[in-house]
Ligand binder design. Structure first.
Ligand code: FAD
Length: 403
């Protein structure tokens, strides 16, 4: 076990290189994240949020100033901004933009519900086998295709992409080029600042036709519409290899009984207090200043464990660990934070903990072996109820009023 020193916010990248450099996929690569970590940056992004034009421009790709996407996702992913807070922040926005934005927040909640149902099983097809490419490509992310090069580079450089280009990459990688979607998902997960198994696996499953009747097709048509200048500067413009839609055979149906109904990892409905905690255990789902466990015990030291065996396997990118480190550095400005490197179950054994539930299988496995004396509910926008999660539309039909 290693007890790591408190990271200084402005030296987070050096700190990551020094203490976590052996665990990243890109050692020595400077971090150029699309967003800085920490509650201050999250709150300032929320305070300056302006979604006028969002409905029309959310899927715009290039040039960057034409984009309408909010880039709130890294803050939402780690619990720095709740879906309720994001919804409240757009109360006065134009109706069409507000409606579209709130719809997208509910896609996030849906992905969380789906994951709370299927957990690690969603590495396997959930409703259909993925579509099979007609003529697989040996080299999908070619440098001479400007659309693929720019998109890949943005992901690897900044850790963020608009929804549109995430779909392009997922479709191109699998539906046209015939690669295993799980390898693509893993690569994207490593780089995304907002990478979550819930939303990333769902996004890939949807794109490759494992959650829908058909796969999502990517061709020049979308690039012309959303990033026209790229086609203009592309050496392949006169001989575009994606001029036509990909032809892929849809996969066969798989047993989706578990999606129709089943138990969900929903966590406690109300706080369950059985003792006085010695430390507040922070997880990747609960890094916000207003996290229920953190807020309930303002004078108790917090603890975060960089899960060394898991990180060794995942090989996350430097920029993603810098984002997390900046977030922890900021919490450490307010209270004592113990930062450990090792296996959370071993590191936290015997410590009386306060913790906010995280609806992910890894949390459930670990918490069963730990001494959580003060457990707090996950801030669901809507608590899972064991109902139909086969599709967003089936699931949303059972949702109470959302606006
Ligand atoms: C292949 C693929 C992989 C993806 N991987 C992730 C991921 O790992 N983590 C992640 O948070 N999102 C993921 N998404 C969903 C979506 O692309 C991102 O949430 C969105 O692009 C983030 O940018 P934004 O904050 O500007 O979104 P905005 O358009 O401003 O939307 C506001 C918020 O709504 C939520 N949201 C928007 N679209 C979606 C969606 N389709 N599914 C779920 N939530 C959504 C996000 O929390 C987002 O921050 C993925 C989508 C695809 C197609």
């Amino acid at each position: 076990m290693a007890h790591l020193p408190t990271p200084p916010f402005d030296r987070a990248a050096d700190w990551v290189g020094q203490h976590l450099g052996h665990l990243v996929c890109d050692p020595g690569t400077p971090a150029e994240p699309a967003r800085r970590g920490g509650q201050r940056a999250a709150d300032s992004a929320l305070a300056s949020l302006d979604i006028a034009g969002y409905a029309k421009r959310r899927s715009q790709v290039h040039p960057a100033p034409s984009r309408g996407a909010t880039v709130l996702s890294p803050y939402i992913r780690y619990g720095l901004i709740s879906l309720a807070e994001a919804t409240a922040a757009v109360a006065d926005a134009p109706a069409a933009d507000r409606r579209k934005f709130v719809d997208e927040l509910w896609w996030q909640e849906y992905a969380r519900h789906l994951y709370a149902r299927v957990g690690t099983r969603n590495a396997a097809p959930l409703r259909r086998e993925p579509a099979v490419a007609a003529t697989p490509w040996p080299e999908p992310l070619r440098d001479d295709m400007v659309c693929m090069r720019e998109t890949r580079d943005e992901l690897e450089r900044t850790g963020w992409l608009v929804n549109q280009t995430r779909m392009w990459l997922a479709s191109h990688w699998s539906v046209r080029a015939g690669n295993d979607w799980r390898d693509g998902e893993e690569w994207m997960f490593r780089h995304l600042l907002d990478g979550s198994r819930a939303a990333n696996r769902y996004g890939w499953q949807w794109s490759v036709g494992a959650m829908a009747a058909e796969a999502y097709g990517f061709s020049r048509w979308q690039v012309d519409k959303r990033a026209q200048a790229w086609c203009g500067s592309c050496p392949l413009a006169e001989n575009c290899p994606i001029e036509d839609w990909p032809t892929a055979t849809p996969g066969g149906a798989v047993d989706d009984a578990l999606l129709r109904s089943g138990p969900d990892l929903a966590g406690p409905e109300a706080a369950e207090i059985a003792g006085i905690p010695e430390q507040v255990w922070l997880t990747a789902e609960s890094l916000g200043e207003r996290d229920p466990a953190l807020a309930a015990w303002p004078h108790t030291p917090a603890v975060f464990v960089f899960d060394e065996p898991l990180l060794h396997q995942l090989r996350l990118s430097t920029k993603r660990l810098v984002f997390l480190t900046e977030t922890l550095a900021e919490i450490a400005e307010q209270r004592e934070v113990r930062i450990l490197l090792g296996d959370p179950v071993a590191e936290l054994a015997g410590v009386a903990l306060a913790s906010t539930f995280a609806p992910v299988p890894g949390y459930e496995r670990r918490v069963a072996k730990l001494n959580v004396v003060a457990a707090y509910p996950y801030p669901w926008a809507r608590r899972p109820s064991g109902g139909d999660v086969r599709s967003h539309s089936a699931w949303i039909r059972n949702s109470p009023s959302r606006r």
